[in-house]
Design a protein around this ligand. Structure first.
Ligand SMILES: [Zn+2]
Length: 199
């Protein structure tokens, strides 16, 4: 029992609290997918799995720990829940597609973003991404910045005042532009393959 508490304390002391989201961000070793990695009972494990297990109990077979906050390195127990692998994949894919969609909308509307940061007003972003409110736009920016921490950058350039809307500077790394267009090409060729198989 004390060992478990030690492990939790170790994970906590290696993490930082994000005040805005409540996430407990693991600052130690991450794997290539961005999950916390810790050694526990002699095994190299995903940190959020270990936290779930210690706090809530064993993870049943065929079920995975899902991050409600979509932040993979988060080890906050209340941000974790169990989903079946299939549910989890569907869930992750849907959010990934939404984010890809937002990047593509930016590139289509502002092609110059491929080379330079652009300035865009909050109402323009809201319209482009079909957001419900300015707060929703800010939430989208936050999750995009987290999901693509090396490739998507934004900053409030000017705060809104009176009739003047807030202005944001947004930049997308060329790698992400390439990655998305490669994925599109792949999807098209897969679609072609399946039609040719059917024919
Ligand atoms: Zn979280």
């Amino acid at each position: 029992m004390p060992r478990r508490i030690n492990t939790l304390q170790n994970i906590r002391s290696n993490s930082l609290r994000d005040r805005e989201s409540g996430c407990l961000l693991y600052m130690g070793r991450l794997d290539e997918d961005g999950y916390a990695r810790i050694s526990y009972q002699g095994k190299n494990r995903i940190g959020s799995d270990v936290v779930y297990e210690i706090v809530y109990g064993t993870i049943p077979q065929g079920v995975e720990v899902d991050h409600i906050c979509h932040v993979r390195k988060c080890v906050e127990p209340t941000h974790l829940r169990l989903l079946t692998h299939r549910q989890n994949v569907i869930h992750i894919k849907a959010y990934e597609e939404k984010r890809h969609q937002r990047i593509k909308q930016l590139i289509e509307t502002y092609p110059q973003i491929k080379g330079f940061p652009i300035l865009i007003t909050l109402p323009d972003l809201k319209a482009l991404w079909d957001c419900r409110s300015p707060a929703h736009v800010k939430k989208c920016l936050l999750t995009m910045g987290r999901a693509y921490s090396e490739e998507f950058f934004y900053e409030q350039f000017e705060a809104g005042r009176g009739r003047k809307p807030a202005l944001y500077a947004i930049a997308i790394h060329a790698d992400l532009v390439d990655q998305l267009s490669n994925e599109d090409a792949q999807r098209e060729s897969q679609a072609e393959e399946s039609t040719s198989l059917a024919a």
